[in-house]
Design a protein around this ligand. Structure first.
Ligand SMILES: Nc1ncnc2c1ncn2[C@@H]1O[C@H](COP(=O)(O)OP(=O)(O)OP(=O)(O)O)[C@@H](O)[C@H]1O
Ligand SMILES: [Mg+2]
Length: 364
C-alpha cells in the first residue's frame, strides 16, 4: 500500500505550480491534505482556497490526469476540501457560512441520533409522498459511510455528466436521486475523514444538476458527531424531521439529534414515530413492541410537533428490501396514507413557495 502511496505522491509532485513568482510543486506547498489507499482504491483530498476555487478545480483535473494508469490501483477519487469548512469550527454561527441553492426551495433533513430507526426508509417514502402531493422532489443520500438509498430504490447505475460538467441525478419514481452509492461500489470501505466527507456532500449538493425542486429530502447518517454537525451547519437546511422509535433508548438519541439541529439554528419540523405499533397480520391484535407513544410524549415535552406514527410492518421491510418503496407499490395501503398525511404536515410547516409552475419538469 505504501508503495502505491509513494507513487501517488511522486506523480502529484510532478505538477509544477508557481507560488509568489517561484516555481514549486503541489506536495511541497502542502496542498495535499490526505492520501488514503485501501483495497486498490485511492482517495486524495486537496486543500482548496475558496476564494480561488476555479484555479483549484483546474488543479484537481491535473491531479486526476497524473494519477491515470497506475498499476495496482483500480480507481481513485480526488476531492477539494476547504479549510474554512473545517468541522472543528463548531462554534461559529452557521447562518453566515451557508449558501443556498437557488433552484431548491426547501432542503429538509431526515435525522435521528440513533442508527437503524428507519431514517432512510422514511426519507424515501416521505420524498415519494411529497411528490404525490404534486411537488418537485429530490432526495440526497448524505450517508457517505453507509448509503442505502440506491438499494431502497433498486438502482445502481452510474450518473451521467452533463455538457456543463454537472452530475445528472438518477431519476426514478419521478424524483431526482443522488447518493455516493451510485458513484462508488458497495464494497469500497469508506474511510474518509471529516473534511473529505463534507467535501463529498458539498459536491453532491452543488455539482449536481438538481433542476428546480420544491423539496430536497436529505437522508442523514446516524449519529451526532462532528461530521453530522458540520453537515447540519453547512447544508442550507430549511428544517429537520426527527425519526425515533417509541422506546426510551432511541428517544435519548433522538433528543441529541434534536439538540444538534437547534445548535445550528435549523428549525425542527417535528418528530415521526417509526415502528410505533405492530398489528398481527393473523389475529389483528395490536402490540406496542417498542413501547407506546413515547415519541409523541417526547415531542410534547420538547415543544415540537408530532407528525405521526408509522407502524412496524412486514410490507415496509419487504418492499424496502425489494428496492421498491411501499408508497410506490401500495399507494393505497394504510401505511402509505400515513406517509401522505405526514408529508402534508411537512409541506404545511415548510416554507413551500407554492408548487413549481411545472411540477413534472425533470431535467436530465
Ligand atoms: N416501519 C417499519 N416496519 C418494518 N421495517 C422497517 C420499518 N422502518 C424501517 N424498517 C426496516 O428497518 C431496517 C432499518 O431501516 P433504515 O435503513 O431505514 O434505518 P436507518 O435509520 O436509515 O439506518 P442507518 O442508521 O443504518 O442509516 C431496514 O431493514 C428497514 O426495512
Ligand atoms: Mg440510513
Amino acid at each position: 500500500m505504501s508503495q502505491i502511496r509513494d507513487l501517488i505522491i511522486d506523480r502529484i509532485k510532478s505538477i509544477i505550480i508557481t507560488v509568489d513568482g517561484c516555481k514549486s510543486n503541489v506536495i511541497d506547498e502542502k496542498l495535499v491534505d490526505d492520501i488514503v489507499v485501501a483495497n486498490r482504491k485511492a482517495f486524495i483530498s486537496i486543500r482548496a482556497d475558496k476564494s480561488n476555487i476555479e484555479k483549484y478545480k483546474q488543479l484537481k483535473i491535473k491531479v486526476e490526469k497524473v494519477l491515470e494508469n497506475i498499476d495496482d490501483l483500480d480507481s481513485f477519487s480526488v476531492t477539494l476540501t476547504s479549510h474554512e469548512d473545517n468541522p472543528l469550527s463548531k462554534n461559529q454561527s452557521n447562518k453566515s457560512t451557508k449558501k443556498g441553492i437557488d433552484s431548491i426551495s426547501n432542503i429538509i433533513a431526515v435525522a435521528s441520533g440513533k442508527g437503524g430507526v428507519g431514517k432512510s426508509t422514511t426519507s424515501i417514502n416521505l420524498a415519494l409522498a411529497i411528490k404525490n402531493l404534486g411537488y418537485n422532489v429530490g432526495i440526497l443520500d448524505a450517508d457517505i459511510y453507509g448509503p442505502s438509498i440506491p438499494k431502497l430504490v433498486g438502482e445502481n447505475k452510474k450518473p451521467k455528466v452533463s455538457d456543463q460538467g454537472k452530475i445528472l441525478p438518477i431519476i426514478k419514481y419521478n424524483i431526482s436521486i443522488m447518493s455516493i452509492g451510485f458513484l462508488i461500489s458497495e464494497d469500497t470501505p469508506m474511510i474518509w475523514r471529516g473534511p473529505m466527507v463534507i467535501s463529498a456532500i458539498n459536491q453532491m449538493l452543488n455539482d449536481v444538476d438538481w433542476g428546480v425542486l420544491d423539496f430536497l429530502i436529505v437522508d442523514m447518517p446516524p449519529g451526532t458527531g462532528d461530521v453530522q454537525l458540520t453537515m447540519a451547519q453547512k447544508v442550507p437546511m430549511s428544517g429537520a424531521v426527527i425519526i425515533s422509535t417509541p422506546q426510551d433508548l432511541a428517544l435519548i438519541d433522538a433528543k441529541k439529534g434534536l439538540e444538534m439541529f437547534k445548535k445550528v439554528n435549523v428549525p425542527i419540523i417535528g418528530i415521526i414515530e417509526n415502528m410505533s405499533t405492530f398489528i398481527c397480520p393473523h389475529c389483528k391484535e395490536e402490540t406496542y413492541i417498542f413501547g407506546k407513544e413515547g415519541a409523541e410524549f417526547e415531542a410534547k415535552r420538547q415543544n415540537v410537533d408530532f407528525l405521526g406514527g408509522i407502524p412496524l410492518e412486514v410490507a415496509i421491510r419487504e418492499t424496502s428490501d425489494a428496492g421498491e418503496p411501499i408508497l410506490s407499490c401500495y399507494p393505497e395501503a394504510s401505511v402509505s396514507k400515513s406517509f401522505l398525511s405526514i408529508a402534508q404536515k411537512v409541506v404545511n410547516k415548510s416554507d413551500a413557495k407554492g408548487k413549481s409552475n411545472n411540477p413534472n419538469l425533470i431535467i436530465q
